[in-house]
Design a protein around this ligand. Structure first.
Ligand code: ZN
Length: 217
């Protein structure tokens, strides 16, 4: 048998037994990992030494298999996603002070990193923000922000918003959800106080009807 023939023969055998090998590989995966771990513990300097003497070969291997390694790492990353989340959470709970200190110490770096991330992903927050703003919580948060910014008002709701409602300030603190239609009917006075008076009068005259209409339908 020539060298070439032997090579082919081996290749054919591997192809013919690929399922067997696969199964064998999977069945003994745990043992193999344990064995490798033990071996590493018993030979702590071997890898260091090997890395030193084979620097060029290792580098070449990484360059030649760039895509494969990338793919493998990515697979590994997502396969162990849940575990990692759990581990991270546990670690964070254990080291909450450490995290806090780290954040304070590196606040400039974090700010810079966040800024760069936002610039690289300009639509991420926009899309997320749009979705959030459609929700009831999002609408409420927005209304609060507006009240605070525009009028330096507080925002303490005394009822829940409903369909086609807007928030109206009864005074500088209390807000009430009222139908948009009523709100615009009562606006257009010379000042805020006049507007509030109109809404109040409307409510005094119609409160029972309004309650029935908005909460019993
Ligand atoms: Zn109003």
């Amino acid at each position: 048998m020539t060298k070439e023939q032997r090579k082919n023969h081996i290749k054919q055998w591997y192809q013919a037994h690929s399922n067997y090998r696969k199964q064998n590989y999977q069945e003994h995966q745990k043992e193999r990992i344990e064995y490798a771990q033990r071996w590493r513990q018993e030979h702590p300097n071997y890898h260091k030494q090997y890395n030193k003497t084979h620097k060029k070969q290792i580098q070449k291997y990484y360059e030649d298999h760039k895509e494969y390694i990338k793919k493998r790492n990515k697979n590994y990353y997502w396969q162990h996603h849940e575990e990692r989340l759990k581990r991270n959470k546990e670690w964070q709970q254990k080291h909450s002070n450490y995290n806090k200190e780290w954040r304070e110490k590196h606040s400039n770096h974090i700010k810079k990193y966040n800024k760069e991330w936002r610039e690289k992903h300009p639509n991420y927050f926009k899309e997320w923000d749009n979705k959030y703003r459609q929700t009831e919580n999002g609408k409420l948060a927005k209304a609060k922000q507006n009240a605070k910014r525009r009028h330096k008002l507080c925002f303490v709701p005394i009822n829940k918003p409903f369909k086609n409602s807007v928030w109206h300030h009864l005074n500088n603190t209390l807000v009430i959800a009222i139908p948009k239609e009523i709100h615009s009917k009562c606006s257009g006075g010379p000042n805020v106080l006049e507007h509030r008076q109109r809404v109040l009068e409307y409510y005094n005259n119609n409160i029972i009807n309004m309650l029935i209409k908005n909460y019993n339908e």
